[in-house]
Design a protein around this ligand. Structure first.
Ligand code: ADE
Length: 227
């Protein structure tokens, strides 16, 4: 079973995200084990302080190195990690290929920073991959951790049912956007589902989907400045 550990100063923020819908079901089916560690449990001093002012000045507080080092060392004493991920706006932009690679791992550890950041010695000593989920700034790495966990866990065999299958996803092999989907009613407020989908003509439906997919993929590449 794959195991993903997260270290966080605000572990509560991950309780609902990791225990709802498909991630919840994946844990119940024992296809993945998700464990969130509370950084405060590893506070070094008697005041349980986990943050401090940055050397050299500047606004905000930084998460101190000692609680991270203590918690990470405890994790490492119990298992080896294929990847130790450090979410950060300065990291490599996350994509499906990375999710595919991480989904083959046995154990992953995610170091979720909060506040203004983490003392850089934590990243320097332990991170194998620094990952950004996009060019914008979040309040903390927990949301990025959720994004990474969600995209990885759904790729584990058995997590999705056949009808939810990841095999024909948009972006499965990198850069394909799928044709749109519709369900009943066929006419909603005058907005009609494309006739061909109601025709029962398998070959025509397949051709329509391929054509739509190609057009949407071209448009997607254009608006995202790809190629
Ligand atoms: N922490 C703050 N912003 C982030 C981002 N865009 N990606 C990953 N981690 C982050």
């Amino acid at each position: 079973m794959m195991r993903i550990d997260v270290i966080s100063a605000v572990p509560d923020s991950l309780v609902s995200p990791l225990n709802t819908s498909i991630l919840k079901r994946a844990q119940e089916r024992e296809l993945v084990e998700l464990v969130v560690h509370n950084l405060r449990d590893y506070a070094y001093d008697k005041h349980k302080q986990i943050d401090d002012k940055p050397f050299g000045g500047g606004p905000g507080m930084l998460l101190k190195p000692e609680p991270f080092f203590e918690c990470i060392e405890e994790c490492l004493s119990e298992r080896n990690y294929d990847f130790i991920l450090f979410p950060s706006p300065g990291g490599e932009i996350y994509n499906q290929r990375m999710a595919n690679r991480f989904s083959l791992a046995k154990n992953i550890l995610i170091l979720a920073g909060h506040y203004k950041g983490v003392d850089d010695r934590v990243r320097e000593r332990y991170a194998t991959n620094e990952i950004s989920i996009g060019n914008y700034v979040l309040t903390g790495g927990e949301i990025a951790a959720w994004v990474i966990i969600d995209s990885v866990v759904r790729l584990i065999p058995g997590v999705l049912n056949d009808s939810e299958s990841a095999l024909n996803d948009s972006l499965m092999d990198g850069e394909i956007i799928e044709a749109p989907y519709y369900t009943r009613p066929a006419d909603y407020k005058g907005m009609k589902v494309p006739e061909v989908l109601l025709s029962g003509h398998d070959k025509k439906i397949k051709e329509w989907k391929e054509e739509k997919s190609k057009n949407l993929t071209d448009k997607w590449k254009k608006i995202n400045n790809l190629e």
